[in-house]
Design a protein around this ligand. Sequence first.
Ligand code: GLU
Length: 442
Amino acid sequence: MIVTRFAPSPTGHLHVGNLRTALHNWMWANKHGGRFLLRIDDTDGERSEERFVAAIRADLAWLGLVPDGEERQSARVSLYEARFAELVASGRVYPAYETPQELDLKRKIQLGRGLPPIYDRAALALSDDDRASLAAKGVRPHWRFRLSGGPITWDDLIRGPQRFDPATMSDPVVRRADGSWLYLLPSVIDDIDMGITHVVRGEDHVSNTAAQVQMFASLGAAPPAFAHEALLTGSEGKLSKRLGSLGVAHFRDEGTEPQAIVSLLARIGTSAPVEPVVDYAPLIAAFDFAQFGRAPARFDEGELAGVNAKVIHQLPFDAVADRLPAGMTAAGWEAIRPNLERVADAADWWHVVEGPVDGETADEDRAFLAQAAATARDIDWSADPWHALTGVLKAASGRKGKPLFLPLRRALTGRDHGPDMAALLPLIGRDRAIARLDAAAG
Ligand code: GLU
């Protein structure tokens, strides 16, 4: 059973990079009939906010990424305490007493000597008496995880074989002096407890993973598989600040459909082409970490707009009915949809159907439009009135192409461009069409 998790910290709104990570976790679990968990990483009580938890849930729901379960780290601290105590007992976690200023000074001295700024483990040299006297003075320790042994390796599903030498890494702090948790250790404890099989996240976590691989082992568990994705960049190819502000609220305001976001985010940064779809099943079936490249994935809002239009052109009536103007029918939607870049713009075209419309008529077209009004009274409206009307008019007037079609479109819709007239005219209907042609004929 494949189990993935999306583990945001509720300290802000999800941005497009987070949405992408959530999507890939969801797709991978779905592809294998597995489980996708939402884990709210809210151990930082000061920065976590309930409104962001609610927003995360709503954003995932809007995209259609329904978690199979939700967990909150703040509700799980007794488990962290228990496992932490085991690691303290086994010596893998140890107390350290340096102040931030002392650590900073140590780093400066190391750098001044041309050495890497790695924690020197001075705390491990303290005796029980030293610790007791520090405690007596009210100094409370923070806690570090003791890295050990030879190279840390794993075969990353995206980055391939990875290798880190623990001797070049500082023992990471896992718990602060005030008892609060840093992200590294609770995450591993949860991944074990929840049976996570695949950790899919951004490559900014790669060095955390090196430490976490040892944490899994220290807790008697095999590490899950890891897939570290290259980060997103803006269309200009640089890590852009703007991406950090692009989230579901922005996309909704822009009239972007969730299917467009999913279609794009499923594929950018991979060797597979972006395919605008409204049904995610083919994307899920084809999803494969082997297709992901190491180069940053380029997120281009222009490309998104193009994908969005193609998605809208496929959306069924039922999917949009609650956002369409009152009275608009499925036939209306299907006629208008190929012209839309945003669903909200359907209202403009529905207004064209219902009228009134206001078109300008060139003098040289008046007689032709009078002829059209007469023809419209004669033709059969039950099947394909546009072809019936233009067929008769073509033969009768000798016009063809633009001089035949454009005056009719203008008179019937008040516009030079728009949806296919063959689809639109039956919606306008006989009476309104005749009235518009009469009005245009003057
Ligand atoms: N809360 C962590 C973050 O948002 C989770 C990282 C992970 O997926 O392990 O960066």
